[in-house]
Design a protein around this ligand. Structure first.
Ligand code: FAD
Ligand code: ZN
Length: 470
């Protein structure tokens, strides 16, 4: 082992490793503190060549390795749970190019999402991916998790924003797919295989990303809606009236908002009267007619049709930011409230109201006192459908973790939904997959894993469930 570690340290280059437990500690704990990892060696290469040299040694010696970006993943996929070598890409943090006329940006894997957004904005362009974790998460991690977030409705998930990739394969060879082409139909689109693969098929070292014109106008509105049915009607109405200018449509239940008001300093009830549900929406568009006037009149019509009971259009950036702050701090508020059993689910958009009604009723009946905390990207059919523990019963509720999840996920299945809309599978949901994906799909996943990583050294044990022994 000593000899392998010495070779790996050498391959990672000057300043490219650490064996100091204090330095390594923050890399081993994930955001929700539900898992703790262990490793004796942290590698921090700064170039693609160094990553390639590291992987070649791992492949040759059968040494397992776990890639990590900003460590904001929510399913434990970035944590070395069994003493694997940890590979941080954070030192690969250069923006290699911004091509303004071509509207592309080329960034190394360790560039943070915020850095990429800022580099695009510097050229009056937009990189539209937007997540609560954007100050810390990295482009490599966003690709490996196929991140979603607040602008999927308009711009798609990370998968839709990647034009090219540079990937180091398990055996150290480099797949040079870093093209900035908007069109390329030369056979299999190999880069797509690595997007959402959670570091199990290859290491992303750089990416070419798609940029958009910076919207000339941006409107943020917070509305009170009587029910998820009304929210669905409001979604259709606003899409039609703005000609598709909606970029976010976030549903938030009253108990969710109350939790934020309780725990996040500086927040206050945004509307005069309380409402069972809210929608935070954003529109962005061109330089023509005033988007604010269009929005105001569309909202007035929606009120007339009883899709909403109250609405505020943010009058300045500070007000818009304060609305978004409430949305972005929900996870933090849940954390402070205590135990929360979470589900990152999706169903067809039109089924959202029926799903909420059915799943809430079933869980509350089966687990008396469980407190529904329902919010999420309604425009994408994606809900963060969580339950906080009954007051004072954190431990007892925790003990029912698997049962609560099974109850929710089984209902999701009846709606032909997904048990992971945006956070991935990782360690946390791996063993749930066989219940919700066909054996044919799982076999195809295993075949890909074997083709790209025959020695199973890349993030072993994550994402792809093992074949059950009979
Ligand atoms: P990490 O957590 O370090 O790693 C995640 C996965 O990617 C692991 O499997 C890791 O092995 C792999 N990986 C990392 N870098 C590479 C690489 N270079 N090559 C190959 N594999 C790699 N997610 C959403 O989708 N939508 C949200 O709205 C959202 N909001 C969030 C809000 C908060 C407050 C937090 C804490 C998280 C949120 N997330 C969200 C989850 C998380 O931020 C995303 O999954 C993000 O894309 C992870 O990026 P990261 O750099 O932190 O990756
Ligand atoms: Zn989300």
């Amino acid at each position: 082992m000593h000899e392998i570690f010495d070779r790996l340290k050498q391959a990672a280059g000057p300043g490219g490793f650490s064996e100091d437990a204090n330095e390594i500690a923050p890399y081993l704990e994930e955001w929700r503190s539900r898992m703790r990892g262990q490793t004796r060696l942290l590698l921090k290469p700064a170039t693609t060549e160094q990553v390639s040299a590291v992987l070649a040694i791992c492949h040759e010696t059968g040494t397992p390795i776990v890639p990590q970006g900003g460590n904001t993943g929510l399913v434990g996929a970035q944590i070395p749970l069994h003493g694997e070598v940890l590979l941080s890409l954070k030192r690969m943090n250069r923006i290699r190019a911004v091509d303004a006329p071509g509207m592309t940006l080329t960034a190394e894997a360790g560039v943070t999402l915020k850095q990429a957004q800022d580099a695009a904005a510097g050229e009056q362009l937009l990189f539209p991916l937007s997540l609560g974790s954007e100050g810390s998460c990295t482009i490599g991690g966003n690709i490996a998790t196929n991140a979603g977030g607040n602008h999927v409705l308009r711009y798609g998930m990370m998968r839709a924003l990647v034009l090219g990739l540079e990937v180091v394969l398990a055996d150290g060879r480099v797949l040079p797919m870093l093209k900035s082409l908007h069109k390329d139909n030369t056979g299999y689109d190999l880069k797509q295989l690595f997007i959402g693969a959670e570091g199990t098929l290859g290491i992303v070292t750089a990416a070419s990303l798609r940029l958009f014109p910076h919207p000339a106008q941006m409107i943020t509105a917070l509305t009170a809606v009587p029910s998820p049915e009304a929210a669905l009607a409001l979604l259709g109405h606003m899409q039609a009236r703005t000609g598709g200018l909606l970029s976010s449509f976030e549903l938030i239940s009253r108990p969710t908002l109350e939790m934020v008001l309780r725990h996040i300093p500086g927040t206050r009830d945004p509307l005069a009267t309380s409402s069972p549900w809210y929608v935070l929406m954003e529109e962005s568009g061109g330089a023509g007619a005033s988007l604010e006037i269009l929005t105001q009149s569309a909202l007035e019509e929606a009120a007339g049709a009883e899709f909403l009971t109250d609405a505020v259009v943010a009058q300045n950036q500070a007000q818009a930011r304060s609305f978004w702050h409430m949305r972005e701090t929900i996870s933090e508020a849940e954390k402070r409230e205590g135990v929360s059993i979470k589900h990152d689910i999706s169903v067809p958009v039109a089924s959202i109201p029926a799903f909420i009604a059915e799943a809430t009723a079933v869980v509350v009946e089966k687990f008396p006192g469980a407190r529904p905390i329902c919010f999420g990207h309604m425009g994408d059919g994606n809900l963060h459908f969580n339950f906080s523990a009954p007051v004072g019963q954190d431990a007892a509720f925790s003990a029912q973790w698997d049962e609560v999840q099974l109850t929710v996920h089984d209902i999701v299945k009846t709606y032909s939904g997904s048990i992971s809309a945006e956070h991935g599978i990782g360690q946390m949901k791996r063993d749930l997959l066989p219940r919700y994906k066909s054996s044919e799909e799982l076999d195809a996943m295993r075949a890909l894993k074997h083709a790209f990583d025959p020695k199973n050294i890349l993030n072993p044990g994550k994402t792809v469930p093992a074949v059950k022994k009979l």
